[in-house]
Structure formats: structure tokens, C-alpha cells
Design a protein. Structure first.
Length: 285
């Protein structure tokens, strides 16, 4: 058995004077719910940062490669799985080869056995893996204010552009402050049935979540910090309580709703300590 406990978890992180997740369809401005004004960060963005941290701290170690990254096209990695397993490409779909190749990808790629992957493209298909770890979009606790800042650049890119002067104007979009909440799940049943995600991988996942912003700083993202990580650990593989009931045990409220929040201490975090039987609440950060 890979892991014997189901997990649900809650992340709280904030941004100060930065853009946590730009929207390409809106000039890379921070993503905002048009109806409520709440900011959000996609699951893809959060998983990217987890992948980057794992690659940074486990680079070169067997079993901790990262599939989704811009080093090689994906089909080349699928072909490598066939080569390593001594499999021959055959016309049409070959279930046995696909299964062996899929197992190779799960053993060697951390993000495949964690988040899953669609690997059914090209001539060397490795199947589709439904990942045991899933993360929802992060949503800000309060509505956020997106501010467009005008900036100047003194270094021109072409000779022609220098004819209009020594500097040129530009813009960047920031959020003065936003506290975000994201929720996630770890299915022990899927880990045991498909990917063999183990306890060491789970501990690495928590470490990556806690440190995902520490090696991802940039001028565009401003100051981003993981503030809290709450983990609900179930005694059983299938779980002892529905996740939404556990998530409701943690509530976050703005202290003074008449004053725009500008720091983490502007919020109260309240935890209902009456936890259902068979579930342990771990305050990881």
C-alpha cells in the first residue's frame, strides 16, 4: 500500500504590492472575479510552483523528475519510457505496453504520480493518469483592488525608438494586498490504485507548499508568503468525513471591513476544534 491516510488541506497565502497570477487575456493583469471583485489564482499556477520547488531540491535524484516543464517536448519523454522499459512501438493501441509505460512515468516523475497527466499523445502513448493530489483555485478573502502603476524604462530596444527620447513609458499591474485561500485533496485510494504516491512524497508535498514562494520571488509578483497550512489527516484510506465539513472548520474574516486590508494581521483566523472522529487536524505552518 502506497499511503494509508486520506488528506484534505487548506492553504492561506498573501501578496503585497505584486501580481500573484497574471491573466494573458487581460494584459497580464491580476485575475479578478468580475462579479465579486475577489482575486483568484489558478490551480495550474500553484502546481507550477510546487513542481519548481521539487525540481530545485530533488534535482538529479531518481524518481523525482518533472514531466511538465519546457526542457523537451512531452512526446520525447513518452518515447524514452518505451526505450527504458524495452518496449516496441506497435501499430494501434497496445494496453500492456501502455500500462508498463504508464507505471514507468509514475515511478520516475514526481508530478505524474502526484497530480496526474494526460500522456496519450504521439506514437508512444503512456495512458492517462488521474492524480491523487488535486488543488482548487485560490480565492482572496476580501475583494482586491488592482492598481495600474506607470513606470519608465531608460534602456531602449532599437535605434529607431531612441529617436523619440531617452526614456519610454510602461505599465505594471499590482494588488496592494490580498490574502488568498486554496483548498486541496489527497486521495489515498487513487494513490494506491494508480500512482503509488508514498508517505515520503506526501511529506515532500507539504514542504513544497510551505516553501513554494521562497524561491519564486520576482519584481512582478511582489512579496508573496505562505502564511498557513492546515492538514486534515483521516485514519482510513477512503476518509472519515466529507471534505467540505472539514473546510468549514477553518474560517477567515477581515477584522475591520471599513478599512482596506494591508497586512496579514488585518484578519482573524478561527478554528472550530470540534473535529469529527477519525480525523486529525495538523497545523503544519
Amino acid at each position: 500500500m502506497a499511503i494509508s491516510n486520506r488528506y484534505d488541506f487548506v492553504m492561506l497565502f498573501d501578496v503585497e504590492n505584486g501580481n500573484p497570477n497574471g491573466d494573458p487575456d487581460a494584459g497580464n493583469a491580476p485575475r479578478v472575479d468580475a462579479e465579486t471583485g475577489h482575486g483568484y489564482v489558478t490551480d495550474v499556477c500553484l502546481k507550477r510552483k510546487i513542481r519548481n520547488y521539487v525540481e530545485l531540491c530533488k534535482e538529479g535524484e531518481e524518481g523525482y523528475q518533472i514531466l511538465v516543464k519546457p526542457d523537451r517536448f512531452l512526446n520525447a519523454k513518452f518515447e524514452e519510457a518505451y526505450e527504458k522499459e524495452g518496449l516496441e512501438k506497435k501499430k494501434g493501441k497496445n494496453a500492456d505496453n501502455e500500462l508498463r509505460a504508464r507505471n514507468y512515468m509514475c515511478r520516475n516523475y514526481f508530478d505524474v504520480r502526484t497530480f496526474g497527466a494526460v500522456m496519450s499523445t504521439g506514437d508512444y502513448q503512456c495512458g492517462i493518469v488521474r492524480g491523487p493530489v488535486q488543488i482548487n483555485f485560490a480565492k482572496s478573502i476580501s475583494p482586491v483592488y488592482v492598481e495600474d502603476i506607470t513606470i519608465t524604462r531608460q534602456a531602449r530596444t532599437t535605434e529607431k525608438r531612441t529617436e523619440t527620447g531617452g526614456t519610454e513609458m510602461g505599465r505594471k499591474s499590482i494588488i496592494p494586498y490580498g490574502l488568498y485561500r486554496a483548498e486541496g485533496y489527497v486521495s489515498a485510494a487513487l494513490a494506491n490504485k494508480v500512482t503509488d504516491l508514498n508517505d515520503d512524497d506526501i511529506e515532500l508535498l507539504w514542504t513544497a507548499i510551505i516553501n513554494m514562494f521562497e524561491h519564486d520571488h520576482s519584481a512582478a509578483r511582489g512579496k508573496m508568503c505562505m502564511r498557513k497550512l492546515y492538514i486534515f489527516k483521516h485514519e482510513s484510506v477512503l476518509g472519515n468525513c466529507p471534505s467540505h465539513i472539514l473546510f468549514d472548520k477553518i474560517t477567515v474574516e477581515q477584522k475591520d471591513k471599513n478599512v482596506p486590508p494591508r497586512k496579514f494581521s488585518d484578519y482573524n483566523i478561527m478554528i472550530d476544534t470540534v473535529i469529527p472522529q477519525g480525523v486529525e487536524l495538523i497545523d503544519k505552518l
